[in-house]
Design a protein around this ligand. Structure first.
Ligand SMILES: [Zn+2]
Length: 423
């Protein structure tokens, strides 16, 4: 298309003098200013190179920051993972210790019940022992002191001394048996008492164990609490680093975009400089450069936008430019590149006022952005090589006066420099 993107103004973020430099260069190309003033342009070029270097330094430093933050984040995530594992280990320890405490509690309860049984047994044994002791004492008292009637009757009913002795012995044996029984009762009572004491000591030791485990539990719970608090600070730090990384990425994108703009701008300025140098070199030439075709804008030999794909310096999109742009002042004469028949001489979308000339053998030339009232030929007219056909303008999709010149071979655009002698 006839668009001349390299003459677009710079955007607002660019430094003012770079913008001014760009405008100056544009004015030069457009012919609004006398040719020259290379100092301003050189300054702008040097400034841009300096800017790109400093943006590169900034990029490297941001990359360094990013890799450090990434490293910190990885370290933190590893620490966090370890902490989580420790917490989960603490959880199982706590569960296990709890189970042991429960087990101890059950044992304590069981042994306490046993102890209570022993206490009941002891009470019964003591009562039995007391009852028996009282009965024995009464019987002995009656036998030896009071002279029990029953014993007395037994004894005094004796037929003779032998019988009497026999009867005393029998009575004594009965008393002895009672005494032995008393001893037995006492032994049984002592045994129950011993068992009770053993159970008490067992329960005390179980209680000691239980208290120790309970303390262990408190310690574990405290450790878990500390770990959990630490985990939450880790998570907060992780959030902060992640946010910082996002900011660094945004900064990186911003710097990279700025660098790409500066680089495109630099490329544009260098290209313009080369074109202008070429034009200056030809300025002294009196003859128009001749190729297969003659040059369509005599006296103006710069190309501000070449044929082919190029990256748009502002939008950054890849576009195909199907011809060459030759900047020249408004209403500069445009001539037919070769002899032919005018096949098109009116408005065309994008190219504005347009002339197309067919030269035979399927080759045509197209002249775009012609000024209003600048078409000097009509369709069907035969024109000769070098004949004036139109005036330079900026109609259609164009940002400044220039001729857009395309060569079409059998319906396809081909590089115009195959036909005209390009600078
Ligand atoms: Zn163009």
């Amino acid at each position: 298309m006839g668009k001349a993107p390299n003459r677009e103004k710079g955007d607002g973020r660019r430094r003012i003098h770079a913008v001014l430099g760009g405008i100056l260069a544009a004015l030069l190309v457009l012919g609004f200013l006398p040719a020259g003033n290379p100092t301003a342009r050189a300054a702008s070029e040097a400034d841009l190179k300096q800017k790109i270097r400093s943006l590169d330094t900034e990029l490297r430093s941001k990359e360094g920051e990013k890799s450090q933050a990434q490293k910190d984040l990885n370290q933190l995530r590893a620490d966090k993972e370890r902490l989580k594992q420790e917490i989960s280990a603490l959880d199982s320890q706590i569960a296990e210790t709890n189970a042991r405490v429960e087990n101890l509690k059950a044992k304590i309860e069981e042994n306490t019940k046993k102890k209570e049984e022993r206490e009941a047994a002891l009470k019964a044994a003591t009562e039995r022992l007391e009852t028996h002791r009282e009965e024995l004492q009464k019987r002995l008292y009656r036998l030896y002191v009071q002279g029990d009637m029953t014993y007395g009757e037994v004894l005094f009913g004796a037929r003779d001394f032998a019988d009497f002795v026999g009867r005393v012995e029998i009575l004594s044996a009965a008393v002895e048996a009672d005494k032995r029984l008393l001893v037995e009762y006492k032994r049984a009572k002592d045994e129950v008492e011993r068992q009770k004491r053993a159970l008490e000591s067992l329960i005390a030791s179980l209680e000691t164990d239980r208290r120790a485990l309970q303390e262990e539990l408190s310690r574990l719970a405290l450790r878990k609490e500390e770990h959990t608090a630490k985990l939450s600070t880790y998570e907060e730090t992780e959030r902060q680093i992640a946010q910082k990384l996002e900011e660094i990425d945004a900064e990186l994108a911003r710097i990279a975009a700025e660098r790409s703009r500066a680089s495109a701008e630099l490329e544009r300025i260098i290209q313009e400089r080369r074109a202008q140098e070429a034009q200056r070199a030809r300025a002294g030439q009196s003859t128009v450069p001749e190729g297969i075709f003659t040059w369509p804008v005599p006296g103006y030999y710069a190309i501000s936008s070449p044929y082919g794909y190029r990256i748009h310096p502002i939008f950054g999109t890849r576009q195909f430019h199907n011809g060459i742009d030759i900047p020249a002042p408004m209403r500069t004469p445009i001539v037919a590149a070769d002899t032919g028949v005018v096949t098109y001489a009116r408005w065309m979308s994008g190219f504005g006022n347009t002339v197309i000339i067919a030269h035979g053998n399927g080759v045509s030339t197209l002249y775009g952005h012609i000024d209003y009232g600048g078409i000097l030929v009509s369709e069907g007219q035969v024109v000769s090589r070098g004949q004036q056909i139109a005036l330079v303008g900026t109609t259609g999709y164009s940002t400044g006066p220039h001729l857009h010149f395309s060569v079409i071979e059998n319906g396809s655009y081909v590089p115009p420099c195959n036909y005209v002698r390009c600078p």
